[in-house]
Design a protein around this ligand. Structure first.
Ligand SMILES: Cc1cc2nc3c(=O)[nH]c(=O)nc-3n(C[C@H](O)[C@H](O)[C@H](O)COP(=O)(O)OP(=O)(O)OC[C@H]3O[C@@H](n4cnc5c(N)ncnc54)[C@H](O)[C@@H]3O)c2cc1C
Length: 463
Protein backbone atom coordinates (compact mmCIF):
# COMPACT_ATOMS: atom_id res chain seq x y z
CA UNK A 1 0.00 0.00 0.00
CA UNK A 2 1.46 3.40 -0.96
CA UNK A 3 2.56 5.98 1.62
CA UNK A 4 -0.22 8.43 0.64
CA UNK A 5 -2.93 5.86 1.31
CA UNK A 6 -1.39 5.00 4.66
CA UNK A 7 -1.34 8.70 5.62
CA UNK A 8 -4.97 9.10 4.53
CA UNK A 9 -6.05 6.13 6.67
CA UNK A 10 -4.05 7.50 9.62
CA UNK A 11 -5.96 10.76 9.30
CA UNK A 12 -9.25 8.83 9.56
CA UNK A 13 -8.57 6.50 12.51
CA UNK A 14 -5.41 8.01 14.06
CA UNK A 15 -1.79 6.84 13.67
CA UNK A 16 -1.93 4.37 16.54
CA UNK A 17 -4.81 2.53 14.95
CA UNK A 18 -3.12 1.81 11.64
CA UNK A 19 -0.95 -1.30 12.00
CA UNK A 20 1.75 -1.99 9.45
CA UNK A 21 4.57 -3.90 11.10
CA UNK A 22 5.07 -7.53 10.18
CA UNK A 23 4.54 -8.89 13.72
CA UNK A 24 1.17 -7.14 14.07
CA UNK A 25 0.04 -8.23 10.60
CA UNK A 26 1.02 -11.84 11.32
CA UNK A 27 -1.48 -11.75 14.19
CA UNK A 28 -4.23 -11.19 11.59
CA UNK A 29 -3.21 -14.05 9.28
CA UNK A 30 -6.29 -16.23 8.69
CA UNK A 31 -6.74 -19.57 7.03
CA UNK A 32 -9.23 -20.22 4.24
CA UNK A 33 -10.38 -23.72 3.33
CA UNK A 34 -11.41 -24.84 -0.14
CA UNK A 35 -13.35 -28.06 -0.60
CA UNK A 36 -13.46 -29.83 -3.96
CA UNK A 37 -13.74 -33.28 -5.51
CA UNK A 38 -9.98 -33.69 -5.53
CA UNK A 39 -9.44 -32.76 -1.92
CA UNK A 40 -9.38 -29.76 0.32
CA UNK A 41 -6.73 -27.14 0.85
CA UNK A 42 -5.97 -24.80 3.71
CA UNK A 43 -4.00 -21.63 2.94
CA UNK A 44 -3.13 -18.77 5.24
CA UNK A 45 -3.25 -15.12 4.21
CA UNK A 46 -2.17 -11.93 6.04
CA UNK A 47 -3.40 -8.38 5.24
CA UNK A 48 -1.12 -5.50 4.10
CA UNK A 49 -2.50 -3.18 6.75
CA UNK A 50 -4.94 -3.17 9.68
CA UNK A 51 -7.19 -0.30 10.78
CA UNK A 52 -8.96 -0.17 14.14
CA UNK A 53 -11.91 2.24 13.89
CA UNK A 54 -13.94 3.42 16.87
CA UNK A 55 -17.15 4.67 15.24
CA UNK A 56 -19.55 4.05 12.36
CA UNK A 57 -18.36 7.29 10.82
CA UNK A 58 -14.72 6.15 10.82
CA UNK A 59 -15.69 2.81 9.24
CA UNK A 60 -17.66 4.68 6.58
CA UNK A 61 -14.70 6.92 5.73
CA UNK A 62 -12.29 3.97 5.61
CA UNK A 63 -14.56 2.01 3.25
CA UNK A 64 -15.26 5.03 1.01
CA UNK A 65 -11.51 5.65 0.74
CA UNK A 66 -10.76 1.98 0.00
CA UNK A 67 -13.40 1.95 -2.72
CA UNK A 68 -11.94 5.06 -4.32
CA UNK A 69 -8.48 3.48 -4.38
CA UNK A 70 -9.77 -0.04 -5.18
CA UNK A 71 -8.15 -1.44 -2.02
CA UNK A 72 -9.62 -4.82 -0.92
CA UNK A 73 -11.43 -4.60 2.44
CA UNK A 74 -11.78 -7.48 4.93
CA UNK A 75 -13.43 -7.31 8.34
CA UNK A 76 -13.19 -9.23 11.56
CA UNK A 77 -14.71 -8.68 14.98
CA UNK A 78 -13.84 -11.67 17.18
CA UNK A 79 -11.59 -13.64 14.82
CA UNK A 80 -12.93 -17.14 15.62
CA UNK A 81 -14.28 -17.91 12.14
CA UNK A 82 -13.21 -21.41 11.09
CA UNK A 83 -14.00 -21.27 7.36
CA UNK A 84 -11.82 -18.33 6.34
CA UNK A 85 -14.61 -15.74 6.30
CA UNK A 86 -12.20 -12.91 7.09
CA UNK A 87 -9.11 -14.43 5.40
CA UNK A 88 -7.60 -11.60 3.32
CA UNK A 89 -6.97 -13.64 0.19
CA UNK A 90 -6.18 -10.49 -1.84
CA UNK A 91 -4.25 -8.87 1.04
CA UNK A 92 -5.53 -5.27 1.23
CA UNK A 93 -6.77 -3.84 4.50
CA UNK A 94 -8.35 -5.55 7.47
CA UNK A 95 -10.89 -3.62 9.52
CA UNK A 96 -10.52 -4.83 13.09
CA UNK A 97 -13.76 -4.03 14.94
CA UNK A 98 -12.54 -4.95 18.43
CA UNK A 99 -12.35 -1.31 19.60
CA UNK A 100 -16.02 -0.89 18.69
CA UNK A 101 -17.21 -2.87 21.69
CA UNK A 102 -19.30 -0.37 23.64
CA UNK A 103 -22.82 -0.77 24.97
CA UNK A 104 -24.75 2.20 23.56
CA UNK A 105 -28.11 1.62 25.28
CA UNK A 106 -29.51 -1.02 27.60
CA UNK A 107 -33.18 -1.08 28.55
CA UNK A 108 -34.07 -3.53 31.28
CA UNK A 109 -37.74 -2.60 31.04
CA UNK A 110 -38.07 -2.95 27.26
CA UNK A 111 -35.57 -5.85 27.15
CA UNK A 112 -33.21 -4.69 24.42
CA UNK A 113 -29.59 -3.65 24.12
CA UNK A 114 -27.82 -1.63 21.43
CA UNK A 115 -24.12 -2.34 21.10
CA UNK A 116 -21.28 -1.56 18.79
CA UNK A 117 -20.69 -4.48 16.48
CA UNK A 118 -17.43 -5.72 18.02
CA UNK A 119 -18.99 -6.26 21.49
CA UNK A 120 -17.84 -9.63 22.86
CA UNK A 121 -20.55 -12.23 23.52
CA UNK A 122 -19.15 -13.11 26.93
CA UNK A 123 -18.56 -9.53 28.13
CA UNK A 124 -22.07 -8.59 27.05
CA UNK A 125 -23.56 -11.65 28.73
CA UNK A 126 -21.70 -10.88 31.99
CA UNK A 127 -23.25 -7.42 31.98
CA UNK A 128 -26.76 -8.67 31.12
CA UNK A 129 -26.79 -11.38 33.78
CA UNK A 130 -26.50 -8.59 36.36
CA UNK A 131 -29.85 -7.34 35.03
CA UNK A 132 -31.45 -10.82 34.98
CA UNK A 133 -31.31 -10.80 31.20
CA UNK A 134 -29.51 -12.81 28.51
CA UNK A 135 -28.78 -12.40 24.79
CA UNK A 136 -29.11 -16.20 24.64
CA UNK A 137 -26.26 -16.94 22.20
CA UNK A 138 -23.81 -19.56 23.42
CA UNK A 139 -21.54 -20.95 20.68
CA UNK A 140 -18.52 -23.00 21.72
CA UNK A 141 -16.47 -19.89 20.80
CA UNK A 142 -18.45 -17.77 23.30
CA UNK A 143 -15.35 -16.46 25.11
CA UNK A 144 -13.94 -14.70 22.05
CA UNK A 145 -16.66 -14.34 19.41
CA UNK A 146 -18.49 -11.03 18.89
CA UNK A 147 -22.09 -9.98 18.20
CA UNK A 148 -21.44 -8.94 14.56
CA UNK A 149 -19.26 -11.96 13.72
CA UNK A 150 -21.98 -14.23 15.09
CA UNK A 151 -24.87 -12.73 13.15
CA UNK A 152 -22.67 -12.79 10.04
CA UNK A 153 -22.93 -16.61 10.43
CA UNK A 154 -26.56 -16.38 11.73
CA UNK A 155 -25.41 -17.46 15.19
CA UNK A 156 -26.44 -20.99 16.13
CA UNK A 157 -25.37 -21.87 19.65
CA UNK A 158 -25.92 -24.29 22.50
CA UNK A 159 -28.88 -22.29 23.83
CA UNK A 160 -30.64 -21.71 20.49
CA UNK A 161 -33.38 -24.24 21.47
CA UNK A 162 -34.49 -21.83 24.20
CA UNK A 163 -33.61 -18.41 22.80
CA UNK A 164 -33.38 -18.81 19.02
CA UNK A 165 -30.51 -17.93 16.70
CA UNK A 166 -28.78 -14.65 17.48
CA UNK A 167 -29.81 -13.40 14.01
CA UNK A 168 -33.46 -14.06 14.96
CA UNK A 169 -33.04 -11.68 17.88
CA UNK A 170 -31.71 -8.72 15.87
CA UNK A 171 -34.16 -5.82 15.98
CA UNK A 172 -32.11 -3.18 14.18
CA UNK A 173 -28.62 -2.36 12.96
CA UNK A 174 -26.29 0.14 11.35
CA UNK A 175 -24.01 -1.03 8.57
CA UNK A 176 -21.54 0.54 6.18
CA UNK A 177 -22.22 -0.56 2.61
CA UNK A 178 -19.38 -1.17 0.10
CA UNK A 179 -19.69 2.40 -1.23
CA UNK A 180 -19.25 3.87 2.27
CA UNK A 181 -22.92 4.81 2.79
CA UNK A 182 -24.45 4.07 6.18
CA UNK A 183 -27.59 1.91 6.18
CA UNK A 184 -29.62 2.32 9.37
CA UNK A 185 -32.43 -0.10 10.14
CA UNK A 186 -34.37 1.20 13.15
CA UNK A 187 -34.61 -0.94 16.24
CA UNK A 188 -38.32 -1.73 16.25
CA UNK A 189 -40.06 -5.04 16.68
CA UNK A 190 -42.00 -4.86 13.44
CA UNK A 191 -41.69 -2.76 10.32
CA UNK A 192 -44.41 -1.83 7.86
CA UNK A 193 -42.06 -0.97 4.98
CA UNK A 194 -39.97 -4.13 4.80
CA UNK A 195 -36.89 -2.48 6.27
CA UNK A 196 -36.26 -5.64 8.31
CA UNK A 197 -35.55 -7.44 5.04
CA UNK A 198 -32.62 -5.11 4.44
CA UNK A 199 -30.88 -6.56 7.51
CA UNK A 200 -30.85 -9.99 5.84
CA UNK A 201 -28.47 -8.57 3.25
CA UNK A 202 -25.95 -8.38 6.07
CA UNK A 203 -26.86 -11.29 8.33
CA UNK A 204 -25.29 -14.56 7.28
CA UNK A 205 -23.31 -12.65 4.64
CA UNK A 206 -19.89 -13.25 6.22
CA UNK A 207 -18.67 -9.72 5.52
CA UNK A 208 -19.54 -9.76 1.80
CA UNK A 209 -22.11 -6.98 1.63
CA UNK A 210 -20.80 -4.43 4.09
CA UNK A 211 -19.60 -3.88 7.64
CA UNK A 212 -22.10 -4.08 10.50
CA UNK A 213 -21.24 -1.37 13.00
CA UNK A 214 -24.12 -1.31 15.52
CA UNK A 215 -26.70 -3.91 16.51
CA UNK A 216 -29.90 -3.78 18.59
CA UNK A 217 -30.75 -7.14 20.15
CA UNK A 218 -33.93 -8.40 21.74
CA UNK A 219 -33.12 -9.79 25.21
CA UNK A 220 -34.66 -12.62 27.22
CA UNK A 221 -35.32 -12.86 30.96
CA UNK A 222 -32.85 -15.07 32.78
CA UNK A 223 -32.40 -16.04 36.43
CA UNK A 224 -29.14 -17.91 36.93
CA UNK A 225 -30.34 -19.48 40.21
CA UNK A 226 -33.25 -21.18 38.43
CA UNK A 227 -31.04 -22.94 35.88
CA UNK A 228 -30.87 -26.75 36.08
CA UNK A 229 -28.79 -29.22 34.06
CA UNK A 230 -29.68 -32.89 33.40
CA UNK A 231 -28.05 -35.75 31.52
CA UNK A 232 -29.42 -39.16 30.52
CA UNK A 233 -27.47 -42.18 29.30
CA UNK A 234 -28.84 -44.44 26.51
CA UNK A 235 -27.64 -47.80 25.21
CA UNK A 236 -26.88 -46.34 21.78
CA UNK A 237 -26.42 -42.91 20.23
CA UNK A 238 -29.41 -43.62 17.97
CA UNK A 239 -31.67 -44.08 21.02
CA UNK A 240 -30.45 -40.79 22.49
CA UNK A 241 -31.23 -39.08 19.19
CA UNK A 242 -34.68 -40.71 18.98
CA UNK A 243 -35.40 -39.51 22.51
CA UNK A 244 -34.35 -35.99 21.56
CA UNK A 245 -36.64 -36.01 18.50
CA UNK A 246 -39.48 -37.38 20.58
CA UNK A 247 -39.14 -34.65 23.23
CA UNK A 248 -39.19 -32.03 20.47
CA UNK A 249 -42.33 -33.59 19.01
CA UNK A 250 -44.01 -33.57 22.43
CA UNK A 251 -43.33 -29.85 22.69
CA UNK A 252 -40.67 -29.70 25.41
CA UNK A 253 -38.56 -26.55 24.86
CA UNK A 254 -35.50 -26.73 27.11
CA UNK A 255 -32.81 -24.05 26.77
CA UNK A 256 -30.31 -26.64 25.57
CA UNK A 257 -30.94 -30.10 24.15
CA UNK A 258 -28.20 -32.16 22.57
CA UNK A 259 -27.72 -35.87 21.88
CA UNK A 260 -24.07 -36.89 21.59
CA UNK A 261 -22.02 -40.03 21.32
CA UNK A 262 -20.49 -40.68 24.74
CA UNK A 263 -17.03 -40.76 23.15
CA UNK A 264 -17.29 -37.20 21.86
CA UNK A 265 -18.45 -35.70 25.18
CA UNK A 266 -16.00 -37.77 27.22
CA UNK A 267 -13.10 -35.56 26.03
CA UNK A 268 -14.56 -32.77 28.19
CA UNK A 269 -16.34 -34.86 30.84
CA UNK A 270 -13.91 -37.71 31.66
CA UNK A 271 -16.09 -39.34 34.34
CA UNK A 272 -18.56 -40.39 31.61
CA UNK A 273 -16.09 -43.24 30.97
CA UNK A 274 -17.42 -44.89 34.14
CA UNK A 275 -20.94 -45.29 32.70
CA UNK A 276 -20.99 -48.90 31.49
CA UNK A 277 -23.39 -49.94 28.73
CA UNK A 278 -23.96 -46.34 27.64
CA UNK A 279 -23.10 -45.09 24.16
CA UNK A 280 -25.45 -42.11 23.78
CA UNK A 281 -25.94 -39.09 26.07
CA UNK A 282 -28.83 -36.67 26.07
CA UNK A 283 -27.93 -33.37 27.75
CA UNK A 284 -30.53 -30.81 28.77
CA UNK A 285 -30.59 -27.37 30.37
CA UNK A 286 -33.76 -25.87 31.80
CA UNK A 287 -34.56 -22.29 32.76
CA UNK A 288 -37.68 -20.52 33.91
CA UNK A 289 -39.08 -17.57 35.79
CA UNK A 290 -39.97 -19.70 38.86
CA UNK A 291 -37.97 -22.56 40.34
CA UNK A 292 -41.18 -24.51 40.89
CA UNK A 293 -41.86 -24.39 37.13
CA UNK A 294 -38.35 -25.64 36.34
CA UNK A 295 -38.67 -28.45 38.86
CA UNK A 296 -42.03 -29.52 37.45
CA UNK A 297 -40.42 -29.71 33.98
CA UNK A 298 -37.52 -31.73 35.38
CA UNK A 299 -39.94 -34.33 36.76
CA UNK A 300 -41.82 -34.59 33.46
CA UNK A 301 -38.62 -34.81 31.42
CA UNK A 302 -37.17 -37.47 33.69
CA UNK A 303 -40.35 -39.52 33.34
CA UNK A 304 -40.33 -39.14 29.55
CA UNK A 305 -36.62 -40.04 29.25
CA UNK A 306 -36.96 -43.09 31.53
CA UNK A 307 -39.88 -44.33 29.42
CA UNK A 308 -37.60 -44.11 26.38
CA UNK A 309 -34.87 -46.16 28.07
CA UNK A 310 -32.79 -43.27 29.45
CA UNK A 311 -30.97 -43.50 32.78
CA UNK A 312 -30.13 -40.33 34.77
CA UNK A 313 -26.37 -39.65 34.80
CA UNK A 314 -24.95 -39.27 38.36
CA UNK A 315 -24.86 -35.70 39.73
CA UNK A 316 -21.01 -35.36 39.95
CA UNK A 317 -20.76 -36.03 36.20
CA UNK A 318 -23.44 -33.43 35.47
CA UNK A 319 -21.45 -30.96 37.62
CA UNK A 320 -18.33 -31.80 35.60
CA UNK A 321 -20.24 -30.98 32.41
CA UNK A 322 -21.53 -27.72 33.91
CA UNK A 323 -18.00 -26.69 34.91
CA UNK A 324 -16.71 -27.50 31.45
CA UNK A 325 -19.41 -25.27 29.91
CA UNK A 326 -18.49 -22.33 32.09
CA UNK A 327 -14.69 -22.75 31.75
CA UNK A 328 -13.34 -19.57 30.21
CA UNK A 329 -11.09 -21.27 27.69
CA UNK A 330 -11.54 -21.21 23.95
CA UNK A 331 -10.58 -24.66 22.78
CA UNK A 332 -9.81 -25.06 19.14
CA UNK A 333 -10.69 -28.70 19.31
CA UNK A 334 -9.92 -29.77 15.78
CA UNK A 335 -6.44 -30.86 14.85
CA UNK A 336 -6.55 -29.88 11.18
CA UNK A 337 -3.83 -32.32 10.15
CA UNK A 338 -5.79 -35.37 11.20
CA UNK A 339 -9.40 -34.32 11.83
CA UNK A 340 -12.28 -32.52 10.21
CA UNK A 341 -15.88 -31.90 11.11
CA UNK A 342 -18.99 -31.95 8.94
CA UNK A 343 -22.03 -29.87 9.88
CA UNK A 344 -25.31 -30.67 8.24
CA UNK A 345 -29.02 -30.17 8.68
CA UNK A 346 -32.01 -32.02 7.18
CA UNK A 347 -35.73 -31.47 7.17
CA UNK A 348 -36.73 -35.04 7.98
CA UNK A 349 -36.07 -36.88 11.23
CA UNK A 350 -35.34 -40.17 9.43
CA UNK A 351 -32.46 -38.56 7.53
CA UNK A 352 -30.81 -37.55 10.80
CA UNK A 353 -31.23 -41.10 12.10
CA UNK A 354 -29.74 -42.63 8.95
CA UNK A 355 -26.90 -40.22 8.29
CA UNK A 356 -24.33 -41.21 10.98
CA UNK A 357 -24.29 -44.84 9.77
CA UNK A 358 -23.95 -43.77 6.13
CA UNK A 359 -21.16 -41.34 6.99
CA UNK A 360 -19.47 -44.03 9.11
CA UNK A 361 -19.42 -46.41 6.11
CA UNK A 362 -17.96 -43.71 3.85
CA UNK A 363 -15.27 -42.99 6.43
CA UNK A 364 -14.37 -46.69 6.65
CA UNK A 365 -14.07 -46.92 2.87
CA UNK A 366 -11.39 -44.21 3.02
CA UNK A 367 -9.61 -45.58 6.10
CA UNK A 368 -11.01 -42.83 8.37
CA UNK A 369 -13.39 -43.17 11.33
CA UNK A 370 -16.20 -41.28 13.03
CA UNK A 371 -14.77 -39.91 16.28
CA UNK A 372 -18.03 -38.37 17.47
CA UNK A 373 -21.50 -37.23 16.52
CA UNK A 374 -23.71 -34.55 18.06
CA UNK A 375 -27.34 -33.83 17.24
CA UNK A 376 -28.70 -30.49 18.45
CA UNK A 377 -32.35 -29.59 18.50
CA UNK A 378 -33.91 -26.22 17.51
CA UNK A 379 -32.53 -25.86 14.91
CA UNK A 380 -31.98 -29.54 14.19
CA UNK A 381 -28.32 -29.79 13.22
CA UNK A 382 -25.80 -32.60 13.18
CA UNK A 383 -22.04 -32.32 13.63
CA UNK A 384 -19.86 -35.28 12.71
CA UNK A 385 -16.27 -35.32 13.83
CA UNK A 386 -14.07 -37.42 11.57
CA UNK A 387 -10.66 -38.76 12.50
CA UNK A 388 -8.46 -39.00 9.40
CA UNK A 389 -5.22 -40.03 11.16
CA UNK A 390 -2.66 -41.45 8.75
CA UNK A 391 -4.58 -40.33 5.64
CA UNK A 392 -3.11 -38.02 3.03
CA UNK A 393 -4.79 -34.62 2.82
CA UNK A 394 -6.13 -35.52 -0.64
CA UNK A 395 -7.74 -38.74 0.67
CA UNK A 396 -9.18 -36.99 3.74
CA UNK A 397 -10.50 -34.27 1.42
CA UNK A 398 -12.22 -36.80 -0.84
CA UNK A 399 -13.81 -38.38 2.22
CA UNK A 400 -15.07 -34.98 3.43
CA UNK A 401 -16.35 -34.13 -0.03
CA UNK A 402 -18.25 -37.42 -0.36
CA UNK A 403 -19.91 -37.07 3.04
CA UNK A 404 -20.99 -33.51 2.26
CA UNK A 405 -22.21 -34.47 -1.23
CA UNK A 406 -24.26 -37.29 0.27
CA UNK A 407 -25.84 -34.86 2.74
CA UNK A 408 -26.79 -32.64 -0.21
CA UNK A 409 -28.22 -35.60 -2.18
CA UNK A 410 -30.41 -36.40 0.81
CA UNK A 411 -31.80 -32.86 0.72
CA UNK A 412 -29.60 -31.53 3.51
CA UNK A 413 -27.07 -28.74 3.69
CA UNK A 414 -23.29 -28.53 3.52
CA UNK A 415 -23.56 -25.78 6.12
CA UNK A 416 -20.25 -24.13 7.04
CA UNK A 417 -18.47 -25.59 4.05
CA UNK A 418 -19.57 -22.93 1.69
CA UNK A 419 -20.96 -19.54 2.24
CA UNK A 420 -20.36 -16.25 0.58
CA UNK A 421 -16.98 -16.01 2.27
CA UNK A 422 -15.55 -19.26 1.03
CA UNK A 423 -13.42 -19.14 -2.08
CA UNK A 424 -14.56 -21.22 -5.02
CA UNK A 425 -16.84 -23.70 -3.32
CA UNK A 426 -17.86 -26.69 -5.37
CA UNK A 427 -20.71 -27.33 -2.98
CA UNK A 428 -22.62 -24.10 -3.42
CA UNK A 429 -24.25 -24.95 -6.74
CA UNK A 430 -25.55 -28.43 -5.80
CA UNK A 431 -27.11 -26.89 -2.70
CA UNK A 432 -28.46 -23.61 -4.09
CA UNK A 433 -29.12 -24.60 -7.69
CA UNK A 434 -27.77 -22.59 -10.64
CA UNK A 435 -30.55 -20.02 -10.32
CA UNK A 436 -30.01 -19.56 -6.59
CA UNK A 437 -26.27 -19.13 -7.01
CA UNK A 438 -26.66 -16.61 -9.84
CA UNK A 439 -29.22 -14.63 -7.80
CA UNK A 440 -26.75 -14.32 -4.93
CA UNK A 441 -24.02 -13.25 -7.35
CA UNK A 442 -26.35 -10.57 -8.76
CA UNK A 443 -27.09 -9.23 -5.26
CA UNK A 444 -23.36 -9.05 -4.60
CA UNK A 445 -22.65 -7.26 -7.89
CA UNK A 446 -25.47 -4.77 -7.24
CA UNK A 447 -24.22 -3.89 -3.76
CA UNK A 448 -20.52 -4.00 -4.51
CA UNK A 449 -19.91 -3.37 -8.23
CA UNK A 450 -16.26 -2.45 -7.57
CA UNK A 451 -15.76 -5.75 -5.68
CA UNK A 452 -13.95 -4.20 -2.70
CA UNK A 453 -15.62 -6.13 0.15
CA UNK A 454 -14.05 -9.50 0.93
CA UNK A 455 -12.82 -10.06 -2.66
CA UNK A 456 -11.63 -13.43 -3.90
CA UNK A 457 -14.68 -15.15 -2.44
CA UNK A 458 -18.42 -14.44 -2.78
CA UNK A 459 -19.45 -17.51 -4.70
CA UNK A 460 -16.48 -16.94 -6.98
CA UNK A 461 -16.03 -19.47 -9.73
CA UNK A 462 -12.31 -18.78 -9.54
CA UNK A 463 -10.40 -18.10 -6.28
C1 LIG B 1 -13.73 -23.63 19.13
C2 LIG B 1 -14.75 -23.01 18.23
C3 LIG B 1 -16.08 -23.32 18.43
C4 LIG B 1 -17.07 -22.78 17.60
N1 LIG B 1 -18.38 -23.06 17.86
C5 LIG B 1 -19.36 -22.50 17.12
C6 LIG B 1 -20.74 -22.73 17.44
O1 LIG B 1 -21.09 -23.42 18.40
N2 LIG B 1 -21.66 -22.14 16.64
C7 LIG B 1 -21.31 -21.32 15.59
O2 LIG B 1 -22.19 -20.79 14.90
N3 LIG B 1 -20.03 -21.10 15.29
C8 LIG B 1 -19.05 -21.65 16.03
N4 LIG B 1 -17.73 -21.39 15.74
C9 LIG B 1 -17.41 -20.54 14.59
C10 LIG B 1 -17.29 -19.03 14.99
O3 LIG B 1 -16.80 -18.90 16.29
C11 LIG B 1 -18.61 -18.35 14.97
O4 LIG B 1 -19.15 -18.34 13.68
C12 LIG B 1 -18.58 -16.93 15.55
O5 LIG B 1 -19.89 -16.52 15.74
C13 LIG B 1 -17.85 -15.94 14.76
O6 LIG B 1 -17.78 -14.75 15.52
P1 LIG B 1 -16.50 -13.81 15.49
O7 LIG B 1 -16.85 -12.53 16.16
O8 LIG B 1 -15.29 -14.49 16.00
O9 LIG B 1 -16.40 -13.58 13.92
P2 LIG B 1 -15.14 -13.25 12.98
O10 LIG B 1 -14.19 -14.39 12.94
O11 LIG B 1 -14.57 -11.92 13.34
O12 LIG B 1 -15.91 -13.13 11.60
C14 LIG B 1 -16.78 -14.12 11.13
C15 LIG B 1 -17.29 -13.71 9.75
O13 LIG B 1 -18.09 -12.55 9.88
C16 LIG B 1 -17.52 -11.46 9.17
N5 LIG B 1 -17.61 -10.28 10.04
C17 LIG B 1 -16.98 -10.09 11.24
N6 LIG B 1 -17.32 -8.91 11.74
C18 LIG B 1 -18.18 -8.34 10.85
C19 LIG B 1 -18.86 -7.09 10.82
N7 LIG B 1 -18.72 -6.19 11.80
N8 LIG B 1 -19.67 -6.83 9.77
C20 LIG B 1 -19.83 -7.74 8.75
N9 LIG B 1 -19.19 -8.92 8.73
C21 LIG B 1 -18.38 -9.22 9.78
C22 LIG B 1 -16.07 -11.84 8.88
O14 LIG B 1 -15.57 -11.24 7.72
C23 LIG B 1 -16.18 -13.35 8.76
O15 LIG B 1 -16.59 -13.70 7.47
C24 LIG B 1 -16.72 -21.92 16.53
C25 LIG B 1 -15.37 -21.60 16.35
C26 LIG B 1 -14.39 -22.12 17.18
C27 LIG B 1 -12.95 -21.74 16.95
Amino acid sequence: MDAKSVSALKRIVGSRDVLLDAAALAGYARTACRVGPRGYRYRTYAPSLVVRPESTEEVSRVVAFARLKRIPVYVESGGTDTVGGSAPVKRGLMVDMRKMNKVLELSEESMFVTVQAGAGLQELEDLLRGHRLTHGHRPASFQQASVAGSISHYGVGGESPGFGLLADNVLGMAAVLPDGQVLRVRGVNKSSMGEKNLMWLLMGAQGEHGIITEVTLKLHPHIEGNRRLMMFGFDTFRRAMEASLSLAREGFRPTHQSATTKASLQRFVPSLAELAGTEGILSLILDGPRLSMVEAQIQELELACREMGGRPVPAPTVVEWRDHRSARVLERTLDRRSEFSVWTSFLKAQDFLAFPDEAGRMCEAHGASLAGVAFNSHPWTMILRVSAKGLSQARAGRCMYEILSRALEMGGTADAFHGPALASSYLAEPELGACGLETLRKVKRALDPAGVMNPGKAWASRP
